[in-house]
Design a protein around this ligand. Structure first.
Ligand SMILES: Nc1ncnc2c1ncn2[C@@H]1O[C@H](COP(=O)(O)OP(=O)(O)OP(=O)(O)O)[C@@H](O)[C@H]1O
Length: 255
Protein backbone atom coordinates (compact mmCIF):
# COMPACT_ATOMS: atom_id res chain seq x y z
CA UNK A 1 0.00 0.00 0.00
CA UNK A 2 1.22 3.48 -0.85
CA UNK A 3 1.15 5.69 2.26
CA UNK A 4 2.50 8.81 0.56
CA UNK A 5 -0.10 11.58 0.92
CA UNK A 6 -1.69 12.73 -2.32
CA UNK A 7 -1.06 16.33 -1.37
CA UNK A 8 0.74 18.03 1.50
CA UNK A 9 1.79 21.42 2.76
CA UNK A 10 5.19 21.14 4.38
CA UNK A 11 5.97 23.99 6.75
CA UNK A 12 4.43 26.28 4.15
CA UNK A 13 4.38 30.04 4.54
CA UNK A 14 2.98 32.62 2.19
CA UNK A 15 3.07 36.39 1.98
CA UNK A 16 0.98 38.43 -0.43
CA UNK A 17 2.93 41.14 -2.16
CA UNK A 18 3.55 43.94 0.31
CA UNK A 19 1.53 42.25 3.07
CA UNK A 20 2.23 40.28 6.23
CA UNK A 21 2.31 36.50 6.39
CA UNK A 22 -1.04 35.11 5.20
CA UNK A 23 0.17 31.59 6.07
CA UNK A 24 2.85 30.90 8.64
CA UNK A 25 4.54 27.49 8.75
CA UNK A 26 1.53 25.29 8.04
CA UNK A 27 1.91 21.53 7.62
CA UNK A 28 -1.01 19.45 6.43
CA UNK A 29 -1.19 16.12 4.61
CA UNK A 30 -4.12 14.53 2.78
CA UNK A 31 -3.92 10.81 2.13
CA UNK A 32 -6.07 8.82 -0.29
CA UNK A 33 -9.71 8.68 0.80
CA UNK A 34 -9.30 11.16 3.67
CA UNK A 35 -11.51 14.16 4.34
CA UNK A 36 -10.18 17.29 6.01
CA UNK A 37 -12.05 20.44 6.97
CA UNK A 38 -10.20 23.77 7.09
CA UNK A 39 -11.90 26.21 9.43
CA UNK A 40 -11.10 29.53 11.02
CA UNK A 41 -12.36 33.10 11.22
CA UNK A 42 -12.31 35.42 8.23
CA UNK A 43 -8.72 36.22 7.20
CA UNK A 44 -7.32 33.13 9.00
CA UNK A 45 -5.63 31.89 5.80
CA UNK A 46 -8.03 29.15 4.64
CA UNK A 47 -8.29 30.32 1.05
CA UNK A 48 -4.55 30.96 0.91
CA UNK A 49 -3.89 27.38 2.07
CA UNK A 50 -6.25 26.09 -0.62
CA UNK A 51 -4.61 28.25 -3.31
CA UNK A 52 -1.21 26.78 -2.37
CA UNK A 53 -2.63 23.24 -2.44
CA UNK A 54 -4.06 23.98 -5.89
CA UNK A 55 -0.76 25.33 -7.18
CA UNK A 56 -2.38 28.73 -7.90
CA UNK A 57 0.14 30.44 -5.62
CA UNK A 58 3.58 29.21 -4.61
CA UNK A 59 4.66 29.18 -0.96
CA UNK A 60 7.14 31.90 0.02
CA UNK A 61 8.93 29.20 2.05
CA UNK A 62 8.26 25.52 2.66
CA UNK A 63 6.79 23.24 0.00
CA UNK A 64 3.68 21.77 -1.56
CA UNK A 65 4.16 18.07 -2.22
CA UNK A 66 2.12 16.16 -4.78
CA UNK A 67 2.56 12.39 -4.42
CA UNK A 68 5.63 13.21 -2.32
CA UNK A 69 7.27 15.43 -4.96
CA UNK A 70 7.43 19.27 -4.78
CA UNK A 71 4.83 20.80 -7.06
CA UNK A 72 6.58 22.66 -9.84
CA UNK A 73 4.42 24.82 -12.06
CA UNK A 74 7.03 24.62 -14.83
CA UNK A 75 6.91 20.82 -14.98
CA UNK A 76 4.19 20.33 -17.60
CA UNK A 77 4.02 16.54 -17.21
CA UNK A 78 3.65 16.81 -13.42
CA UNK A 79 1.01 19.55 -13.72
CA UNK A 80 -0.98 17.38 -16.11
CA UNK A 81 -0.90 14.47 -13.62
CA UNK A 82 -1.79 16.92 -10.87
CA UNK A 83 -4.81 18.28 -12.72
CA UNK A 84 -6.17 14.82 -13.44
CA UNK A 85 -5.73 13.86 -9.76
CA UNK A 86 -6.73 17.05 -7.95
CA UNK A 87 -9.85 18.97 -8.93
CA UNK A 88 -11.73 21.82 -7.36
CA UNK A 89 -15.20 23.19 -6.66
CA UNK A 90 -15.66 26.88 -5.85
CA UNK A 91 -18.14 28.70 -3.68
CA UNK A 92 -20.19 30.54 -6.24
CA UNK A 93 -21.97 28.30 -8.76
CA UNK A 94 -23.14 31.44 -10.60
CA UNK A 95 -19.69 32.71 -11.54
CA UNK A 96 -17.86 29.37 -11.81
CA UNK A 97 -19.71 28.14 -14.92
CA UNK A 98 -19.13 29.93 -18.24
CA UNK A 99 -22.59 31.28 -19.24
CA UNK A 100 -21.81 31.02 -22.98
CA UNK A 101 -21.00 27.32 -22.92
CA UNK A 102 -23.46 24.45 -23.02
CA UNK A 103 -23.37 22.02 -20.11
CA UNK A 104 -21.80 19.28 -22.25
CA UNK A 105 -18.84 21.58 -23.08
CA UNK A 106 -18.50 22.72 -19.46
CA UNK A 107 -18.55 19.25 -17.92
CA UNK A 108 -16.30 17.64 -20.54
CA UNK A 109 -13.72 20.49 -20.54
CA UNK A 110 -11.23 18.74 -18.17
CA UNK A 111 -11.29 15.65 -20.41
CA UNK A 112 -10.40 17.71 -23.48
CA UNK A 113 -7.83 19.97 -21.85
CA UNK A 114 -6.08 17.00 -20.23
CA UNK A 115 -6.21 14.99 -23.46
CA UNK A 116 -8.15 12.18 -21.76
CA UNK A 117 -11.10 12.04 -24.16
CA UNK A 118 -12.74 13.99 -27.00
CA UNK A 119 -15.87 13.94 -29.11
CA UNK A 120 -18.27 11.08 -28.49
CA UNK A 121 -16.15 9.55 -25.68
CA UNK A 122 -16.04 12.86 -23.83
CA UNK A 123 -19.83 13.27 -24.23
CA UNK A 124 -20.46 9.79 -22.81
CA UNK A 125 -18.18 10.47 -19.82
CA UNK A 126 -19.82 13.88 -19.23
CA UNK A 127 -23.26 12.25 -19.24
CA UNK A 128 -22.03 9.65 -16.76
CA UNK A 129 -20.58 12.34 -14.44
CA UNK A 130 -23.89 14.23 -14.58
CA UNK A 131 -25.76 11.06 -13.76
CA UNK A 132 -23.55 10.49 -10.72
CA UNK A 133 -24.52 13.94 -9.37
CA UNK A 134 -28.20 13.22 -9.92
CA UNK A 135 -28.78 15.05 -13.22
CA UNK A 136 -30.19 13.51 -16.42
CA UNK A 137 -28.28 13.51 -19.68
CA UNK A 138 -30.97 15.85 -21.10
CA UNK A 139 -29.25 18.77 -19.34
CA UNK A 140 -26.26 18.40 -21.69
CA UNK A 141 -27.60 20.73 -24.38
CA UNK A 142 -28.70 23.47 -21.98
CA UNK A 143 -26.94 26.55 -20.59
CA UNK A 144 -26.03 27.45 -16.96
CA UNK A 145 -28.69 30.22 -16.65
CA UNK A 146 -31.39 27.56 -16.98
CA UNK A 147 -30.40 26.00 -13.64
CA UNK A 148 -30.85 26.78 -9.95
CA UNK A 149 -27.89 27.40 -7.63
CA UNK A 150 -28.02 23.83 -6.31
CA UNK A 151 -28.20 22.35 -9.81
CA UNK A 152 -25.29 24.55 -10.91
CA UNK A 153 -23.22 23.33 -7.98
CA UNK A 154 -24.04 19.75 -9.06
CA UNK A 155 -22.84 20.64 -12.57
CA UNK A 156 -19.62 22.11 -11.10
CA UNK A 157 -19.13 18.89 -9.11
CA UNK A 158 -19.75 16.81 -12.26
CA UNK A 159 -17.05 18.82 -14.05
CA UNK A 160 -14.69 18.25 -11.13
CA UNK A 161 -15.19 14.48 -11.06
CA UNK A 162 -15.42 13.78 -14.80
CA UNK A 163 -11.71 12.90 -15.01
CA UNK A 164 -11.97 10.67 -11.91
CA UNK A 165 -9.66 12.64 -9.61
CA UNK A 166 -8.35 11.27 -6.31
CA UNK A 167 -8.81 14.52 -4.39
CA UNK A 168 -11.38 17.27 -4.44
CA UNK A 169 -10.51 20.71 -3.00
CA UNK A 170 -13.65 22.64 -2.20
CA UNK A 171 -13.75 26.29 -1.14
CA UNK A 172 -17.02 26.95 0.71
CA UNK A 173 -18.93 24.65 -1.69
CA UNK A 174 -22.31 25.05 0.02
CA UNK A 175 -22.17 28.56 1.52
CA UNK A 176 -23.94 30.23 -1.41
CA UNK A 177 -26.86 27.78 -1.25
CA UNK A 178 -30.07 27.94 0.77
CA UNK A 179 -30.41 25.53 3.67
CA UNK A 180 -32.34 22.68 2.00
CA UNK A 181 -30.14 22.77 -1.12
CA UNK A 182 -27.09 22.89 1.13
CA UNK A 183 -28.13 19.63 2.80
CA UNK A 184 -28.68 17.97 -0.59
CA UNK A 185 -25.25 18.99 -1.89
CA UNK A 186 -23.58 17.83 1.35
CA UNK A 187 -25.39 14.51 0.98
CA UNK A 188 -24.23 14.27 -2.65
CA UNK A 189 -20.58 14.91 -1.67
CA UNK A 190 -20.84 12.34 1.10
CA UNK A 191 -22.33 9.74 -1.21
CA UNK A 192 -19.69 10.43 -3.90
CA UNK A 193 -16.92 9.96 -1.35
CA UNK A 194 -18.40 6.73 -0.12
CA UNK A 195 -18.84 5.35 -3.61
CA UNK A 196 -15.54 6.45 -5.18
CA UNK A 197 -13.12 6.89 -2.25
CA UNK A 198 -12.54 10.49 -3.36
CA UNK A 199 -10.48 12.43 -0.79
CA UNK A 200 -11.76 15.87 0.19
CA UNK A 201 -10.37 19.10 1.57
CA UNK A 202 -13.14 21.55 2.34
CA UNK A 203 -12.84 25.14 3.48
CA UNK A 204 -16.00 26.14 5.27
CA UNK A 205 -17.47 28.58 7.73
CA UNK A 206 -20.23 26.04 8.15
CA UNK A 207 -19.12 23.72 10.94
CA UNK A 208 -22.28 21.66 10.39
CA UNK A 209 -21.08 20.91 6.83
CA UNK A 210 -17.60 20.10 8.17
CA UNK A 211 -19.11 17.78 10.81
CA UNK A 212 -21.12 16.00 8.11
CA UNK A 213 -18.28 15.58 5.62
CA UNK A 214 -14.85 15.74 7.23
CA UNK A 215 -13.24 13.13 9.47
CA UNK A 216 -10.45 15.53 10.42
CA UNK A 217 -10.47 19.26 11.01
CA UNK A 218 -7.66 21.78 11.01
CA UNK A 219 -8.29 25.12 12.72
CA UNK A 220 -6.39 28.12 11.37
CA UNK A 221 -5.87 31.46 13.04
CA UNK A 222 -3.70 34.29 11.70
CA UNK A 223 -2.12 31.89 9.22
CA UNK A 224 -1.18 29.23 11.78
CA UNK A 225 -2.65 25.88 12.78
CA UNK A 226 -3.99 26.37 16.32
CA UNK A 227 -5.72 23.01 16.64
CA UNK A 228 -6.09 19.83 14.56
CA UNK A 229 -7.66 16.45 15.17
CA UNK A 230 -10.69 14.32 14.44
CA UNK A 231 -13.73 16.48 13.80
CA UNK A 232 -15.71 14.54 16.38
CA UNK A 233 -13.18 15.14 19.13
CA UNK A 234 -12.60 18.72 18.15
CA UNK A 235 -16.29 19.64 18.18
CA UNK A 236 -16.99 17.82 21.44
CA UNK A 237 -13.98 18.98 23.39
CA UNK A 238 -12.12 21.80 21.68
CA UNK A 239 -8.73 22.41 23.29
CA UNK A 240 -8.55 26.04 22.23
CA UNK A 241 -10.84 28.89 23.27
CA UNK A 242 -10.65 30.09 19.67
CA UNK A 243 -12.17 26.80 18.44
CA UNK A 244 -14.88 26.98 21.13
CA UNK A 245 -15.74 30.48 19.92
CA UNK A 246 -16.03 29.23 16.32
CA UNK A 247 -18.34 26.44 17.50
CA UNK A 248 -20.38 28.80 19.66
CA UNK A 249 -20.90 31.04 16.61
CA UNK A 250 -22.84 28.24 14.85
CA UNK A 251 -26.55 28.35 15.70
CA UNK A 252 -27.44 24.63 15.61
CA UNK A 253 -24.77 21.99 15.42
CA UNK A 254 -25.27 18.27 15.93
CA UNK A 255 -23.43 17.32 19.13
N1 LIG B 1 -4.81 39.07 -2.81
C1 LIG B 1 -4.40 39.43 -1.60
N2 LIG B 1 -3.51 40.42 -1.43
C2 LIG B 1 -3.07 40.76 -0.19
N3 LIG B 1 -3.47 40.18 0.94
C3 LIG B 1 -4.36 39.19 0.85
C4 LIG B 1 -4.88 38.76 -0.42
N4 LIG B 1 -5.76 37.74 -0.19
C5 LIG B 1 -5.78 37.56 1.15
N5 LIG B 1 -4.94 38.40 1.77
C6 LIG B 1 -4.71 38.46 3.22
O1 LIG B 1 -4.18 37.21 3.65
C7 LIG B 1 -4.75 36.81 4.88
C8 LIG B 1 -5.44 35.45 4.74
O2 LIG B 1 -6.54 35.58 3.84
P1 LIG B 1 -7.41 34.36 3.34
O3 LIG B 1 -8.28 34.84 2.22
O4 LIG B 1 -6.54 33.19 3.06
O5 LIG B 1 -8.29 34.05 4.62
P2 LIG B 1 -9.62 33.16 4.76
O6 LIG B 1 -9.45 32.40 6.03
O7 LIG B 1 -9.85 32.39 3.53
O8 LIG B 1 -10.73 34.28 4.96
P3 LIG B 1 -12.29 34.28 4.48
O9 LIG B 1 -12.96 33.28 5.36
O10 LIG B 1 -12.73 35.67 4.76
O11 LIG B 1 -12.31 33.91 3.03
C9 LIG B 1 -5.69 37.94 5.29
O12 LIG B 1 -5.00 38.76 6.19
C10 LIG B 1 -5.98 38.66 4.01
O13 LIG B 1 -6.24 40.02 4.25
Amino acid sequence: MNDTPILALQDASHRYHGGGLSLDGVSLAIAAGESVGLVGESGAGKTTALRLLLGLDAPTSGAVLFDGVPLNRRDAAQIRRFRSSVQTVFQDPYSSLDPRQRIDRIVSEPLRSLGIARGRDAAVQAASALESVGLDADVLARYPHEFSGGQRQRIAIARAIVCKPRLLLADEPVSALDMSTRIQVIELLRELRERTGLALVMVSHDLGAVAALCERTVVLRSGRVVEAGTTRQLLRAPAEGYTSALIAAVPRLPR
